[in-house]
Design a protein around this ligand. Structure first.
Ligand code: HEC
Ligand code: HEC
Ligand code: HEC
Ligand code: HEC
Ligand code: HEC
Length: 203
């Protein structure tokens, strides 16, 4: 039998290609009490993901990053597979979710909503949180390749039940700038010696 190394340059690499399988196996292998406990945690995560008092918009499905990326340690790139090679990070398809949820979690309210999208073959219309104007060029892949963690720009997403923009204020030439404003980009570009040429970021 020939052995072929996994292509580590691609996001669907070793760890997260087998992640659904491992999670699924773990779910099957878990003793009954542990399952009951994790399902309680998932229900609590669902409640929090729809808590109107938490920052961030209510999404069509009460999806919790704290549960998926935190508790279950699913890699960011498993779901946002575009980030390290393309312009957009993108949000995962229903199919990506069903890779796990056709196997477990069906008793959970949020997963039942997910399944409805799947049965009707409808995309989920997630509410977008980070958005730059059209005249700006931004590429995730260049930033990820430069070794910046997602959290540098997005905050501790793995602790969030509801994703929201984590505010950040920096000072550029004595002027304040908020996250996603031009000064915020320039501030880091100057610090990291990346280009601040107008045409780097503008068409
Ligand atoms: C790698 C496996 C995996 C993938 C992929 C996955 N999930 Fe989950 N999800 C889980 C596990 C594990 C639980 C906890 C199940 C339990 O406790 O019974 C869970 C729980 C949930 C819950 C209930 C708790 C909560 O609030 O999050 C929802 C809703 C959910 N997932 C939605 C999604 C959606 C939407 C996607 C796709 C964007 C997705 N999941 C992708 C593994 C996965
Ligand atoms: C199981 C799949 C899954 C995993 C793992 C995951 N995400 Fe997400 N992510 C989603 C989905 C679905 C959305 C859209 C719904 C929402 O905002 O919660 C999203 C939204 C986001 C957004 C907001 C996008 C916008 O509209 O601006 C950011 C930022 C983000 N994720 C970062 C991360 C980071 C960082 C990690 C790793 C720590 C991660 N995600 C892990 C599925 C996932
Ligand atoms: C240098 C800062 C920076 C880093 C590092 C970064 N992001 Fe982003 N992210 C942004 C900005 C800015 C936007 C808005 C992009 C736009 O509107 O074109 C964004 C948008 C997103 C979105 C919304 C959908 C999309 O594609 O526009 C997701 C999901 C996301 N990021 C996930 C991630 C993940 C996962 C990582 C780590 C692998 C990451 N980001 C690393 C700055 C960053
Ligand atoms: C936390 C630091 C940081 C932030 C914030 C940041 N960048 Fe960057 N950016 C970098 C680094 C470092 C590079 C250099 C990567 C390289 O040399 O390949 C880079 C490279 C780029 C490039 C590619 C340049 C090229 O030669 O193709 C563009 C475009 C860009 N950034 C746009 C933006 C925009 C727009 C924003 C704000 C919305 C932003 N960046 C915010 C650190 C950052
Ligand atoms: C590192 C990335 C980056 C560089 C370099 C950059 N910009 Fe920007 N610029 C942005 C971003 C992001 C926005 C949109 C957010 C905002 O309006 O603050 C923006 C917005 C603008 C706007 C529109 C403001 C508005 O009110 O709509 C103008 C005009 C502009 N930039 C001019 C320039 C000029 C001139 C240069 C060169 C001296 C330059 N930019 C260099 C990232 C950059």
């Amino acid at each position: 039998m020939s052995w072929r190394p996994l292509d580590l340059a691609r996001p669907a690499s070793a760890a997260f290609r087998v992640a659904p399988l491992l999670v699924a196996l773990a779910m099957v292998a878990l003793p009954q009490w542990a399952l009951a406990q994790s399902s309680e945690a998932a229900k609590e995560a669902q409640r929090l993901a729809w808590d109107p008092d938490l920052p961030g918009p209510d999404q069509p499905i009460p999806f919790s990053h704290a549960l998926h990326a935190g508790t279950y340690k699913i890699e960011c790139l498993y779901c946002h597979s575009g980030t390290d090679r393309s312009r957009v990070a993108g949000v995962p398809s229903v199919q990506n979710c069903m890779g796990c949820h056709s196997q477990f979690g069906q008793d959970l309210e949020g997963v039942q909503i997910l399944k409805k999208y799947w049965d009707e073959q409808k995309p989920i219309e997630w509410i977008q949180i980070h958005r730059l104007p059209e005249h700006v060029k931004f590429r995730h892949n260049r930033h990820v390749a430069a070794g910046l963690d997602c959290q540098t720009c997005h905050g501790p997403v793995q602790e969030m039940h509801k994703v929201h923009l984590v505010p950040e204020r920096v000072w550029v030439n004595g002027m304040p700038a908020q996250k996603l404003e031009m000064g915020w980009c320039i501030h880091c570009h100057e610090a990291k010696k990346a280009s601040i040429d107008c045409l780097t970021c503008h068409y």
